[in-house]
Design a protein around this ligand. Structure first.
Ligand code: AMP
Ligand code: ZN
Length: 135
């Protein structure tokens, strides 16, 4: 499998590994957006969150929880991001959670600043997506 994150897990590619659990590892992002940018990933290759088992998912977010205390202590604010699929901005097709320390002086804004427009939905459109998504 030609996956850069699988190669980090199998130690074929070096990485600054910070923490490890049975199903997950955490390491420094090699091209950090801010100081302290880390990634938490499952050890098994899955492209999307919903492809992971419940045990893998719990383990991943448990490690995110552990690492968040450390990362958040750097600036006091952290962006938690997952690009779940190529059209959502996922460049490496192996699930990864970004923990990116944020500060007032960085160049990023709130999530709405990623989009040029926001939708004005009619009641029927809201109802449509409510019915499509509710479980
Ligand atoms: P995404 O754009 O959400 O798929 O994020 C992929 C992330 O992987 C980016 O933040 C990259 O900087 C990071 N990355 C790519 N290659 C490596 C590597 N060899 N070691 C650590 N991080 C990497
Ligand atoms: Zn992989």
């Amino acid at each position: 499998m030609d996956c850069i994150f699988c190669k980090i897990i199998s130690k074929q590619v070096p990485a600054k590994i910070l923490n490890e659990t049975s199903h997950s590892i955490c390491f420094l992002d090699a091209f950090p957006l801010t100081n302290g940018h880390v990634l938490v990933i499952p050890k098994n290759h899955h492209k999307k969150i919903q492809d992971m088992s419940s045990a893998e998912n719990s383990d991943l977010f448990s490690l995110v929880h552990t690492m968040m205390s450390k990362v958040d202590s750097l600036t006091g604010s952290t962006l938690l991001a997952i690009h779940n699929g190529e059209n959502a901005g996922q460049e490496v097709p192996h699930v990864h959670v970004h923990l990116i320390p944020r500060s007032k002086s960085d160049s990023a804004g709130p999530v709405h600043s990623m989009f040029n427009t926001s939708l004005k939905l009619s009641d029927s459109e809201i109802e449509k997506y409510y019915n499509l998504l509710k479980i």
